[in-house]
Design a protein around this ligand. Structure first.
Ligand code: SOE
Length: 380
C-alpha cells in the first residue's frame, strides 16, 4: 500500500478485517506500507499490521513478491504510481478521485485496459457503493420499485473547513488535490448517483466557488496537526460546487459538494424521485434507507425507514445478527472483499478505471462550465 494518511488507516482496516468475515478466494498479505517519512511509516506499519515499511514506492512496485498495489496517496501521484504498478503486472486499487486531471485519468484507464489483456485487474475506491443501503437502493431502482426515475438530488455536505483559520492542507492546494470539494466529495456524489440509478451524467452546468481564499500555513516542524505559524497561503481550489446534471434518460439531477455546511459532518445524501415512489439515503444514517411507495393507499402513504441490517441485505449477512448496525469502516472491508473476489475469479472489478475516468470527465465539465460563467443570467 502506498500512502500512510487517513486513507492508509482506513484501507489497512479493510485489508485486515475482510479475510476474517468473508470467505475469500485469495488471502491478502499486508506486506509493505510505503510512506514518505521513514520513522512515521515504520510506526504506522507496526500499528496497522504491515510486515514491512519503505519510502521508495518504485522499488516496492518492482518486487516479484508483490501482487497488488493499493494507491492511497493524494491525487497528484495516483497516475504515476498506478501506471507503473499496472505495467509491472500488479493488480491495482486506487483511491478516488482516480486522478487530478482528465488527461491523467485517460492515461490510467489506457494502462488499465492494456493490463487487463494480461489478466491484471484494477478498481477505483468509491467505497460508498459498498454500504449495504446504497447497493440495496440500486437493486430497488433496477427492479422498478420506484418506477421511472424523474429527478435526483445528490449532495455531500461537510463543515471541516467552515473555520476560516483551519490550516492550508494538501486538499486545499490545486497542484496536490486537483480540485477542492468538487473532486474530494463531489466525485462521491456523482459516482453514487450513477451507481444507484444505473444512468450516466451526460451534460452539466455549474459553478465553483472559493469561500475563504487564504489560510494559515502549517509550520513544517509542527507536522499536520500542529499550531499554524503566522504565514498564510492561497487556497487554490473550490470550497463549494453547485451543479446540475442531465442523466442518460433525460432526467435532471442537482448536485452540491460543500465543506462549509456548518453542522453537516459527513452528510452524503441522495434522494431519487420516481413515478411510483422515492428513495432517500443519508451517510450520517448509513444503516437506514427511506422508501416512499406512491402505490400504497393514499391514506397510508408516507416515508418509511428500512433498517438495512437484515442478513438478506447486501454484505450484512457476514457480520452480526439482524439489527446490529455497521459503520464507516465496513465499506473498506467490503471494498477489499470485492476486489479480492474479482482478482480471484478473473473478473474486472467495478468501478473500473474507465468508470473513474468518466467521473473525472464529469468533474472537468463542471469546472469548464464554471469557467465559462455559463449558468448566470442577470435579473432585470
Ligand atoms: C475529506 O473531505 C474526506 O476525507 C474525503 O476525502 C473522503 O473521500 C470522504 O469519504 C470523507 O471526507
Amino acid at each position: 500500500m502506498v500512502g500512510a494518511g487517513f486513507m492508509g488507516a482506513a484501507h489497512s482496516q479493510g485489508w485486515r478485517v475482510a479475510p476474517r468475515f468473508f470467505e475469500l478466494p485469495l488471502a491478502p498479505q499486508m506486506s509493505v506500507l510505503v510512506g514518505r517519512d521513514a520513522a512515521r511509516t515504520s510506526e504506522a506499519a507496526e500499528c496497522w499490521g504491515w510486515t514491512e515499511s519503505a519510502t521508495d514506492w518504485r522499488e516496492v512496485v518492482a518486487r516479484d513478491d508483490i501482487d497488488v498495489v493499493d494507491v492511497v496517496t493524494p491525487g497528484d501521484t495516483h497516475a504515476e504510481i498506478a501506471i507503473a504498478a499496472l505495467e509491472a503486472g500488479k493488480h491495482v486499487l486506487c483511491e478516488k478521485p482516480l486522478a487530478n486531471t482528465v488527461d491523467e485519468a485517460r492515461r490510467m484507464a489506457a494502462a488499465a485496459e492494456s493490463a487487463r489483456a494480461r489478466g491484471i485487474r484494477s478498481m477505483v475506491g468509491f467505497t460508498y457503493r459498498r454500504v449495504p443501503a446504497t447497493t440495496f437502493a440500486r437493486d430497488l431502482v433496477a427492479s422498478g420499485r420506484i418506477g421511472e426515475v424523474r429527478q435526483v438530488r445528490a449532495e455531500y455536505l461537510q463543515d471541516w473547513l467552515s473555520d476560516a483559520e483551519a490550516p492550508l492542507t494538501w486538499r486545499l492546494q490545486k497542484e496536490r488535490a486537483g480540485s477542492g470539494a468538487l473532486g474530494d466529495i463531489g466525485a462521491h456524489a456523482v459516482d453514487l448517483t450513477e451507481y444507484i440509478t444505473g444512468q450516466r451524467v451526460t451534460r452539466v452546468s455549474g459553478v465553483l466557488e472559493t469561500i475563504v481564499s487564504e489560510r494559515p500555513v502549517l509550520a513544517a516542524s509542527s507536522g499536520l496537526s500542529g499550531s499554524a505559524g503566522s504565514e498564510r497561503g492561497a487556497v487554490t481550489v473550490d470550497d463549494l460546487a453547485l451543479f446540475t446534471g442531465r442523466l442518460d434518460s433525460g432526467a435532471l439531477a442537482s448536485f452540491e459538494a460543500s465543506r462549509f455546511r456548518t453542522g453537516r459532518k459527513n452528510a452524503l445524501r441522495i434522494e431519487i424521485s420516481g413515478s411510483r415512489g422515492t428513495l432517500a439515503f443519508d451517510l450520517e444514517r448509513l444503516n437506514e434507507l427511506e422508501l416512499y411507495d406512491a402505490t400504497e393507499p393514499e391514506s397510508e402513504q408516507g416515508f418509511r425507514r428500512i433498517y438495512v441490517t437484515e442478513p438478506s441485505h447486501p454484505y450484512v449477512g457476514n457480520w452480526w445478527p439482524t439489527g446490529h448496525m455497521l459503520g464507516y469502516e465496513h465499506g473498506f472491508a467490503h471494498q477489499a472483499k470485492d476486489f479480492v473476489e474479482a482478482v480471484g475469479s478473473g473478473e474486472d472489478p467495478r468501478p473500473s478505471f474507465a468508470d473513474g475516468l468518466h467521473v473525472q470527465s464529469v468533474l472537468d465539465a463542471v469546472s469548464r462550465s464554471s469557467d465559462a460563467d455559463s449558468v448566470w443570467v442577470d435579473v432585470d
